[in-house]
Design a protein around this ligand. Structure first.
Ligand code: FE2
Ligand code: FE2
Length: 192
């Protein structure tokens, strides 16, 4: 499905703030994809759809997952913030006709990360953190870092995410720990 059509649909379905964030992630993912010779179309589609379910009620997201065989593990049930990644994957497939596994996985893991992320997954994960609407302290430095080494940037973003989860006294999903261990192992192997 054409990205412009998806964007026009999301403009109706998302809050203005979420829609602006989505456009910010899309533009950032496109720049990163060009910079790292990734598949630009996949990165843009995944970025456009990454938060497509975020403004749904929790009950609706749970219903969508249950009706489509998407397993909600105990960490997701204790952390409703994460549910939109699972529901978004189903919405991308069923409503927008996306069947590319790399795009669907980029939506599914955009909040937790995971071990052995694809280039598209890494780009969407980082773009979500550094898009122009983000204003947290230190984000400028990570924006620059993202164009000088994707693995280094992912490591910093995952560390920041973990610290934020701990600060909020929220459950830390095992996939996020696996993501940190995976990227740190990669950096250590490269002598960084
Ligand atoms: Fe999200
Ligand atoms: Fe997002």
């Amino acid at each position: 499905m054409d990205n412009n059509f998806i964007i026009s649909e999301l403009k109706e379905k998302l809050s203005p703030r979420r829609y602006e964030h989505t456009l910010g992630v899309m533009h950032t993912a496109e720049k990163l994809a060009r910079h790292y010779n990734a598949d630009v179309d996949k990165c843009v589609t995944a970025a456009v759809l990454h938060d497509c379910a975020k403004d749904m009620e929790n009950n609706k997201m749970i219903e969508i997952c249950n009706n489509n065989g998407m397993e909600i593990d105990e960490f997701y049930s204790y952390t409703p913030d994460l549910l939109h990644s699972l529901a978004g994957t189903i919405v991308a497939k069923n409503i927008y006709g996306i069947h590319d596994e790399e795009i669907l996985d980029s939506i599914k893991y955009h909040t937790t990360g995971r071990w052995n992320m694809s280039l598209t997954e890494q780009i969407v994960f980082i773009a979500d953190f550094i898009e122009p609407g983000r204003t947290m302290p230190g984000v400028e430095e990570i924006r620059d870092m993202a164009f000088n080494g994707l693995d280094e940037a992912l490591f910093v973003v995952v560390d920041r995410t973990i610290k934020h989860v701990i600060f909020k006294r929220a459950l830390l999903h095992p996939d996020t720990i696996h993501c940190r261990n995976w990227i740190l192992t990669k950096l250590i192997k490269r002598g960084i």
